[in-house]
Design a binder for this molecule. Structure first.
Ligand code: GLC
Length: 431
């Protein structure tokens, strides 16, 4: 069986009839940005599945616009934290007939639906679906600008590492360790992500998990009240990856709104604010990369990861900035003769861990994103190099969750090898 057939089979195997699981065992529910990346693969062969997947995700949208990071299927007992732990019914905004988490994830859906539209603009069922989903997309972006914009400058904050999608990125280390946690006051919990002994070593630490749980417990104690959370949450960070994704989706929503002749409110104005503020506050001229911002401490987080290169996708840097970013990306921090593109963390940092999740390994989603960013600015040769590396990793090792950036490592796929977005983005890239 060739890899393409394998990818299709994998997506079928992880399909539940309502949504696609990111992987059969480790991630048994519907995840927000995974659903978007998965839709790109399914759009190659089954648009009705894309529509069903999206309807399921947006059935979990809260009435204030928040789109949760997980929409739960039936409880499985082998994932933590499942629906019971979130207690999202404490919020007056959560849907009453669908169970969800109470935090969000990067808003990829604007640009993903636009990409699908570009290939299926004649499909009347898809157009009807787009018209149905469009006001919900706008509502999601309105939520960010209303409730997650504490400096009122268009920079959106995340309030939990899981909201970033890059769960244990070194960007969060300092803010997490500054959090004073009374371990005895934490609710009881048991991790379920350590069953696979090999993968267990790559996962976030127990100290990380204590903090993840502390934050969820804080949100539920505050009944998910946005104002109170903004006052009390010790973790509020402007992440360049999240804001880059938001910007690209803003742009796509504006274009789709013009095509469909539907209302997108203040989005043009807000998007300009985000782009302006990212360049004002997050751009590091010397390093040629965007950094994150700690909105609680009002200070830069000068930890450079692949997330700092992602603003290319949203057209945030000008061409001079992109040239600097490319020097950074092709230099020893992110590339050498022995590595593949694009490691999640700076290769020359002493605390890089090539095997550990978002602290060194390559992910197919972020490779896919950087390819789009490079193409946007016409750096097609470099985009092609990233593409070739990505395809080589999948051809050699399979649909792993994350990959070792070092070429001389024998089995360099890690985590689950039935990871849906690795399969779906592979299909998208080959098309
Ligand atoms: C992990 C990843 C996150 C992803 C989720 C489901 O938590 O860090 O980005 O959405 O798994 O695949």
């Amino acid at each position: 069986m060739d890899r393409k057939e394998e990818a299709l089979k994998l997506l079928d195997a992880n399909w539940t009839g309502r949504f696609t699981k990111p992987s059969p065992n480790l991630y048994p529910h519907q995840w927000n940005w995974d659903a978007g990346f998965i839709a790109l693969g399914n759009a190659q062969h089954d648009l009705s599945r894309v529509i069903t997947e999206y309807r399921s995700l947006f059935a979990g949208q809260w009435s204030n616009g928040l789109l949760p990071h997980i929409v739960f299927g039936p409880p499985t007992g082998h994932y933590f934290p499942e629906q019971d732990f979130w207690q999202s019914d404490r919020s007056t905004f959560s849907p009453k007939n669908v169970q969800t988490s109470g935090i969000t994830q990067p808003p990829v859906h604007g640009f993903i639906l636009k990409r699908i539209y570009d290939k299926h603009s004649e499909d009347s069922d898809f157009i009807a679906f787009l018209k149905e989903i469009f006001p919900k997309l706008v509502k999601l972006h309105e939520y960010y600008y209303r409730d997650r914009n504490p400096l009122r400058n268009g920079l959106i904050t995340i309030r939990h590492p899981w909201e970033s999608g890059t769960d244990n990125s070194p960007i969060w280390d300092e803010a997490l360790s500054a959090m004073q946690i009374d371990k005895d006051a934490l609710p009881d919990f048991k991790r379920k992500d350590l069953q696979n002994p090999k993968a267990a070593g790559h996962r976030p630490t127990h100290e990380d998990y204590d903090r993840y749980v502390y934050l969820v417990d804080l949100f539920r104690r505050l009944d998910y009240d946005e104002e109170k959370i903004n006052e009390q949450c010790p973790f509020q960070i402007v992440d360049p990856l999240f804001n880059a994704i938001l910007t690209w989706s803003n742009e796509a929503i504006i274009t789709l709104g013009d095509i469909l002749q539907m209302d997108y409110g203040e989005l043009i104005y807000w998007n300009e604010q985000t782009i302006y503020s990212m360049n004002e506050l997050l751009w590091d001229e010397q390093a040629g990369i965007y950094h994150a911002w700690d909105a609680v401490e009002s200070k830069k987080i000068e930890v450079h990861t692949h997330s700092g290169l992602m603003p290319m996708i949203g057209g945030i840097p000008d061409v001079d900035q992109v040239e600097q970013m490319i020097r950074r990306m092709t230099g020893p921090n992110f590339k050498n003769d022995e590595t593949y593109y694009l490691p999640s963390y700076n290769l020359s940092q002493s605390d890089i861990d090539h095997e550990k999740y978002w602290r060194g390994p390559i992910w197919i989603s972020t490779n896919w994103l950087i390819i789009q960013g490079l193409n946007r600015y016409g750096f097609d040769e470099l985009a092609d190099e990233v593409f070739q590396d990505t395809i080589e990793l999948i051809h050699q090792f399979g649909f792993y969750e994350y990959f070792d950036p070092r070429r001389n490592v024998r089995n360099n796929g890690y985590g689950t090898n039935q990871f849906s977005w690795s399969a779906s983005l592979y299909l998208d890239m080959l098309n």
